[in-house]
Design a protein around this ligand. Structure first.
Ligand SMILES: [Fe+2]
Length: 422
């Protein structure tokens, strides 16, 4: 098979159709009211995700590359442009939840209109336009994950605790005694993987799709280190709480301690007082053996310090995960409720915070054109997460993938794995 066969119009068209259908299916359980709520300014209504991903294709592909294409509604650019300064004025992000119209059904109509135009255009698109289809697919996959985490945040606000879908019941719902703690056991002997020491290469090669921020591939030097063979679990997090983790200022970065105090943070975002947590499957008992999720960078960093370890750097993580298959693990296969499960590898369940700030690699060049605003302009005040989560569409992740969020964000499926000098 030729290297670029995955980009041939047919395969690309099939992937495009499957991605668009998956987003459509994600909205199936929602009422118009569910889809209009914005639980907080950084999250977006489900309806907005449906429309914004469509606007992305309509603007950068159909409008710019298909002669004679007519916009579905020229007012939509103002509503559904996210952050592209090059595309002009837009509706303020914190007010996305105020848009009760167009209705969910009208947005579905918008999607169908753009889908038909994409299907018609695909056979005759230029190479440059086909690249935009690929970016559009990956962009929409990112929004599928945000769709799920934003609807989780939305339903978590509702005292009736509605379930988005059905989730498998966890198996280990009772806390065991301290001597069963994997972390303490592994800190002594097993569970640590010796990392490579010396010069290694990280970043995406020139083959295949990757976001601009993953390139160029380049050399870095790794000091002797070890990295935990698994992610930190809910049980270990409960011990951190029991040991006063959230009330010991010396464990925290200054900004993190301010945040803990100001927001009165005492546990992961969706934990409740009775050893239960709120999930996309509704409220259920915490699975103590599953990886901890919905913790911020500040919390992950404090936990690592408490455990006598630290977070891995990006190069350490990428070198560790380079030989793992990014298509394996608990990732999103079809629309429905998802939750982290015990026993997974580096890809799936929860994204892993790293100790690295989101910054450009040596020789970084933003993508050409309007999509040049995609990543580069966010390289300030964000920390990198690696891997993939249970809400990441399978096929979207790779070892060089750089997810990023501000250090206090925790509504994504975010957890951690420990590292240490060795
Ligand atoms: Fe977007």
């Amino acid at each position: 098979m030729a290297r670029d066969d995955h980009k041939a119009p047919k395969a690309l068209g099939e992937r495009l159709a499957a991605t668009r259908a998956q987003t459509f299916a994600l909205a199936a359980p929602l009422s118009d009211a569910d889809a209009a709520i914005q639980p907080f300014p950084d999250a977006s209504p489900a309806k907005w995700h449906l429309a914004h991903t469509t606007w992305f294709f309509e603007t950068f592909l159909l409008r710019d590359h298909v002669a004679g294409y007519r916009l579905f509604d020229e007012r939509f650019a103002f509503l559904f442009n996210s952050y592209y300064e090059g595309e002009g004025a837009r509706h303020p992000r914190p007010k996305r939840g105020m848009i009760s119209r167009p209705s969910l059904d009208e947005i579905r109509g918008y999607r169908a209109y753009v889908d038909e135009a994409l299907e018609r255009a695909l056979p005759s698109l230029s190479e440059a336009a086909l690249e935009l289809v690929e970016i559009g697919i990956n962009h929409e996959q990112q929004h599928q994950e945000l769709f799920l985490t934003d609807i989780l945040a939305t339903f978590a606000e509702n005292p009736l605790e509605p379930a988005y879908g059905h989730c498998e019941e966890p198996k280990a719902t009772r806390q065991s005694s301290d001597d069963e703690t994997g972390l303490l056991r592994s800190a002594r002997n097993d569970g640590w993987v010796q990392g490579t020491t010396g010069v290694v290469e990280i970043g995406a090669s020139d083959d295949g799709f990757a976001f601009d921020s993953e390139r160029p591939r380049h050399r870095v030097f790794l000091e002797p280190h070890a990295i935990a063979g698994r992610k930190v679990t809910n049980r270990e997090w409960a011990q951190f709480i029991k040991d006063g983790g959230y009330s010991t200022p010396t464990l925290w970065l200054s900004e993190g301690w301010d945040w803990v105090q100001r927001e009165a943070i005492t546990a992961p975002l969706y934990w409740r007082d009775d050893e239960s947590e709120f999930t996309l499957g509704g409220r259920r008992a915490i699975d103590w053996t599953a990886p901890v999720a919905h913790v911020s960078y500040f919390e992950a960093d404090a936990f690592a310090r408490w455990a006598g370890a630290r977070l891995p750097t990006e190069p350490e993580w990428e070198n560790f995960a380079a030989s793992a298959d990014p298509n394996l693990g608990n990732q999103l296969d079809q629309a429905g409720a998802v939750a982290p499960r015990p026993g997974g590898g580096p890809f799936g369940d929860v994204w892993e915070w790293t100790a690295s700030a989101f910054a450009s690699y040596p020789g970084f060049a933003p993508a050409e054109g309007a999509v040049g605003e995609y990543n580069g302009k966010f390289m300030s005040g964000q920390m990198v997460l690696r891997g993939a989560s249970c809400a990441t569409p399978r096929g979207h992740s790779r070892a060089s993938y750089r997810n990023f969020f501000p250090p206090s964000a925790r509504w994504q499926f975010t957890g951690l794995r420990l590292a240490r000098g060795a």
